[in-house]
Design a protein around this ligand. Structure first.
Ligand code: ARG
Length: 266
């Protein structure tokens, strides 16, 4: 299990050195979003537009979540911006997080955008684009918990995670008692109800889950650092290259940062 941690940290370190990443934090208020699940890209050919099927797991605010019937969030808007650059129509497919990579491998989806961390394990099954966001794993505990103050205090504790996430891998490094949930929200509720000791989940999602719930608090010290990228089939390097080119433009013209700023307030 420890090997996961090392490889993830190594990958994160390389990414930090070689790429200027949007730190997912900023200072604007969340605006109203009116996104539909399908969006029109620029049509350069005049014919029928190609569809870019994006697999996600819309249980992950502020990156992807439901607002009424619509899936909105940072990843959704970045995907729409990429679709526009590529002249493709973007369709978002919501599924279990651990179904995303299999969906890409089987061709059910073209890409996966789900706050997905680049890990060595995943690189064996899919390619990743350049990273677009830096994140960390945070620890949520019950507001009344005075015992768990840092990651070191998690040793042997009962930790809730979302199934198949990096939080799932990290928790396994420090305890045998990992409770796996389909949704991060369910894990957070279990902490609030005192059923488990802590949740390990991505920092912005942790904040979002703890917001407005007086029974939860997020520890200041992050567990680990990581970087998000878009997963693409190993058979579609052309698409990976196109998305990377679009990402360069969207980083340079400030689109990515302004999308992040729209959803994340610090
Ligand atoms: N960053 C973590 C990972 O890659 C969690 C991602 C969960 N994403 C989601 N949309 N539920 O494993």
């Amino acid at each position: 299990m420890k090997k996961y941690l090392k490889s993830i940290i190594a990958i994160a370190a390389i990414s930090v050195m070689t790429l200027s990443l949007a730190a997912c934090g900023s200072n604007k208020t969340t605006e109203e979003n009116n996104n539909t699940t399908t969006t029109e890209g620029e049509n350069t050919t005049g014919g029928e537009k190609e569809t870019l099927v994006v697999a996600t797991n819309a249980e992950f605010p502020p990156y992807e979540y439901y607002e009424g019937q619509d899936i909105v969030g940072i990843d959704v808007e970045i995907m729409k911006a990429i679709g526009e650059k590529l002249g493709m129509e973007v369709t978002i497919e919501d599924m279990a997080f651990d179904s995303i990579i299999p969906a890409i491998q089987s061709g059910k989806a073209d890409i996966g955008a789900a706050g997905m961390t680049v890990t060595e394990d995943r690189l064996a099954n899919v390619d990743f684009t350049d990273t677009y966001c830096h994140a960390s794993q945070a620890i949520i505990v019950n507001a009344a918990n005075e015992e768990i103050k840092t990651a070191a205090d998690l040793e042997g504790k009962t930790i809730g995670v979302q199934l198949g996430t990096t939080g799932d891998m990290y928790a396994g490094d420090v305890t045998e008692n990992v409770e796996r949930y389909n949704k991060g929200f369910e894990a957070a509720m279990a902490v609030a109800q005192g059923k488990i000791d802590a949740v390990v989940i991505d920092d912005q999602v942790a904040k979002s889950l703890a917001e407005g719930n007086a029974d939860l608090k997020v520890l200041e010290e992050p567990f680990t650092e990581e970087d998000y990228a878009i997963a693409v089939s190993k058979d579609n390097t052309e698409l990976t290259e196109k998305i990377n080119a679009a990402l360069v433009e969207l980083k340079e013209d400030g689109t990515i940062q302004s999308i992040i700023d729209k959803y994340i307030t610090e």
